[in-house]
Design a protein around this ligand. Sequence first.
Ligand code: PMP
Length: 406
Amino acid sequence: KTGFDVAAVRQDFPILSQQVNGKPMVYLDNGASAQKPVAVLDAMDRYYREMHSNVHRGAHTLGDRATAAFEDARETVRRFLNAESARQVIWTRGTTEAINLVANGLAPRLKEGDEILVSHMEHHANIVPWQMVAERTGAKVVPIQVHPNGELDLDSFNSLLGERTRVLAITHVSNVLGTVNPVAPLIEQAKAQGVITVVDGAQAVPHFKPDVQALGCDFYAFSSHKLFGPTGIGVLYGREQLLEEIPPYQGGGEMIERVSFERTTWNTLPYKFEAGTPAIAEAVGLGAAIDYLDSLDRPAMEASEKALLARANELVETVPGMSVIGTAPNKVPVMSFKIEGLHPSDIGTLLDQQGIEIRTGHHCAMPLMDFYGVPGTARASFAFYNTLEEVDQLFTGLQKIQRLFA
Ligand code: PMP
């Protein structure tokens, strides 16, 4: 398809055409989790109706079908990320598990005095696993500062990247601010010092395609459910040599080559990191989500998302006392905000009464909330299926709330 017909695209997402609280639903909580096109629902349904069995057992036809569907999905993800090989695509439960896997895998390389650089805008999923590993190893988690407008402070990065740095773990896009971080040059600088680089792509992939080879990162993580696929599955991409070197995360079936009480050996990549029966239907669903996205005109879709953010930015001044947190020039369509005299959770509740679904709270980014001196924010996060009318409805809703309650 060329051009971007948002009305047509919305037909692909049955959940969007319903009412909540007696009003047509306006779904603006895509950053928390995105909706699923029929293509994904059908692919998973068809998988269960026609092919389900356990994978990699080689015992019968149905098992072969399930295995083929499962491995096709892995190849689809490889293509999406532009990874060199499907061996580098590891299924996890999501971004959180992917980062825990890497943090645990790198633990044996960390010791007292080593530093793990993260940023002040990380999601807890890219802070806490490192803190847990730091606790065990004596390493330290050090945050790169951010500017008040939500951009990463590159001077802070330059001054912190040093002899003690072992890992740079950074988000590609902030879930609160929408900031797109300049990860490629940061990775290049870190690599020049032998630092291992980990990118949290959870909020990037719904808006643009990452190219892991161009980025040059060692690890890249994302979740299917934010990429219009099912919950319960995500991906860890890793540099092959590092994946070979780091120990498995969990033990069990599937991840072994041979087990004996004397000595157990690991399976080849990627299975070494996939203990137990995997989320097969979910992998198939994620593959279908990526195929669906590939059927859309990407440049037109990205332009449409930019227009949503531009409209939202224009309308901010129509709500007295409203201010936006995160105004970096390069950002995805996410708007965190506060309104004087209103608690974020009240904004959320009052919008919900009008059928408008947003997220409020700390967004699993408490250090960032502390930086801005707020307990939380209200956040509208847009997807390609949102319309300019929906942006207008959000602001009409906010104007009403502000008039009546602020
Ligand atoms: N990182 C970022 C930037 C996120 O936005 C999220 C989800 N809110 C996560 C990590 C964690 O993803 P998941 O809960 O799917 O593991």
